[in-house]
Structure formats: structure tokens, C-alpha cells
Write a protein that binds this ligand. Structure first.
Ligand code: NAP
Length: 264
């Protein structure tokens, strides 16, 4: 992983991607492949996973230390534009980015992820919070496939009458606080066939997920539909304020206008 010096060593306009998602990785790839002669590209990761997916361009890892410290970073590194391509549930970093970009006067664009919509045959129930989803889970089934991420497991751990199949990006370093569960590690995208076989072989009765949207993890919803299983979804937090687009071509257009247009 490349460490950024306090003073940038490139005279190309600097693009900072707030990442940690498949979309951010795809954006970094598109920028490095198409525009690395014109732009200097850095992806910022929170540093939560031990073995993050390899990324093209520069990579920095770890929190900035809050919005004010991110503003200092943006100025020191002479960031020309910031793309918030973080996960829809990563609300804190998005709020920090909004405040920091205002302070440092850096143009910001949100790469948003299309929401999931139910199709005929889907049996979806939405809850506003992880806690509410956990409190109501017993009404849906006693064998749950839990795909909410390692940071959101605690509310489910108190449910002694439910068996959990817990899927995480990587094996946890510490034991999980469940009475009875099986942990599997895996990074999407997954196929519908594989998801269906996984749920069927573990006799899953309910799927629990955040309403993250996008394609990378949508196969589990199709598998639940094919198996006629209920799905418990946690609603997304409000989308970050400010300009947003939902595809990489639109981000590229915006960057080229914002970072390379001499009149901007
Ligand atoms: P969060 O609650 O919004 O952010 C918490 C803190 O983590 C931030 O205040 C910031 O620390 C640091 N941080 C988060 N994302 C960062 C980034 N890209 N670069 C540098 N620092 C970052 O975030 P989260 O929900 O824990 O998600 C962490 C990361 O995992 C995000 O990058 C997100 O895209 C990715 N992710 C999240 C989920 C999810 O369900 N939440 C799912 C898949 C991937 P400081 O205040 O110290 O700057």
C-alpha cells in the first residue's frame, strides 16, 4: 500500500475516491485505465478488512480523524475533486465528506447505488433499524441466513431460539457472540444457483440483509424468491446530500468537467 507524502509529488489534478465498495473499485479501474496520464487517483479505505481487494492507483487506509481532519487532508494533498463511492450504510463517512469538502472548497460527487425493488414472488419485510429487524426476526423463521456485516451482529446475538448462518467478508478474529451459528466467509458477487444451494442445504427459513442495493449481492434475493423464503431488510439511511449519479460513465463525465476544465 502506497503512503501519501504530506506534499503531493504529482502536478496532475488529484481525485480522491472514498471507497470500500465494488463500485469504488470499478471507478478506480476506469480512471486508471482511461485517464492516468491526466489524473492522479487515490482510493481511501477505512482499513477494516485484513485483506482488501487489490486496487489500481494509490491507496490510503484508515480513518482521517473526523470531518475537520479530512478537510486538512484534502487541502494538504491538494485534492481537486472527491467522489463518495462508499456503501449506502456508511453514513458517517459520507456526512464527514460533505462537511470536509465544504470547508476545503473541494467539489464532491456521490456515486449512489440503485435500490432493490421487490418482484412478483418476493416476500420482503422492511425495518428501520438493525435492532428492529432482530426484535422481530422470530416471527419469520428459526433458521436465519444473516448477511448484515460484522459490525451489525450484536442485536441478533441475544436470540437464543434462532440458528444463524452468518456470512462475513472474512473470518472474524474473535469468536462471535452467538449461542449457535455457522460462520462462512465470502466476498460477492455470488451466483443465484450457489446462493440457492447454500440456503437449501442449511435449511434456511429467513434471509436477513441490509437493503444495500446494487448487483454484487443481489443473487441472494433471487435465491430467496426461488425458495419462497421471507426476507427481512433493514432500510437504508437517508442518501448523502448534494449532487449524485448512479453510474461510472456519469462520474467520469463529471470528473473530466470538474477537474480538467480550465474554466472551472
Ligand atoms: P461509517 O460508519 O460511515 O464511518 C465510520 C468511520 O470510519 C468514519 O468516520 C471514518 O473515520 C472511517 N471511514 C469510513 N469509511 C472510510 C473510508 N472509505 N476512508 C477512510 N476512512 C473511512 O463507515 P462504515 O459503515 O463502518 O463502513 C466502513 C467502510 O466499509 C466504508 O468505506 C464503506 O464503504 C465500507 N462498507 C461498509 C458497509 C456497511 O454496511 N456499512 C458494507 C460494505 C462496505 P474518521 O472519522 O476517523 O475519518
Amino acid at each position: 500500500m502506497e503512503r501519501l507524502s504530506a506534499v503531493p509529488d504529482s502536478d496532475k489534478p488529484r481525485v480522491l475516491i472514498l471507497g470500500g465498495t465494488a463500485e469504488a473499485a470499478a471507478l478506480a479501474r476506469a480512471l486508471v485505465d482511461g485517464f492516468s496520464d491526466q489524473l492522479d487517483i487515490t482510493t481511501s479505505l477505512a482499513g477494516r478488512t485484513r485483506a482488501p481487494t487489490a486496487l489500481p492507483g494509490r491507496v490510503r487506509s484508515g480513518g482521517f480523524g473526523g470531518a475537520a481532519a479530512m478537510a486538512v487532508y484534502l487541502k494538504e494533498q491538494q485534492i481537486a475533486v472527491l467522489i463518495d463511492a462508499t456503501h449506502p450504510f456508511a453514513a458517517q463517512i459520507s456526512a464527514n465528506a460533505q462537511a470536509a469538502c465544504e470547508t476545503a472548497n473541494v467539489p464532491r460527487l456521490v456515486l449512489s447505488r440503485p435500490s432493490w425493488s421487490p418482484r412478483p414472488g418476493d416476500n420482503w419485510s422492511y425495518f428501520d433499524t438493525i435492532e428492529a429487524a432482530a426484535e422481530n426476526l422470530t416471527g419469520f423463521g428459526r433458521r436465519a441466513f444473516l448477511t448484515v456485516g460484522v459490525q451489525e451482529l450484536k442485536p441478533f446475538a441475544a436470540l437464543q431460539n434462532i440458528w444463524f448462518l452468518v456470512r462475513l467478508i472474512e473470518q472474524p478474529t474473535d469468536p462471535l457472540p452467538f449461542f449457535d451459528c455457522k460462520i462462512i466467509a465470502g466476498r460477492g458477487p455470488f451466483s443465484v444457483e450457489r446462493e440457492q444451494a447454500l440456503m437449501a442445504s442449511h435449511k434456511i427459513e429467513v434471509l436477513v440483509t441490509k437493503a444495500s442495493g446494487g448487483n454484487a449481492t443481489a443473487a441472494k434475493l433471487a435465491a430467496a424468491r426461488l425458495l419462497s423464503l421471507p426476507v427481512v431488510l433493514v432500510r437504508r439511511p437517508p442518501a448523502p446530500a448534494g449532487p449524485s449519479v448512479d453510474g461510472i460513465p456519469a462520474v467520469l463525465d463529471w470528473i473530466l468537467l470538474s477537474a480538467l476544465d480550465p474554466m472551472s
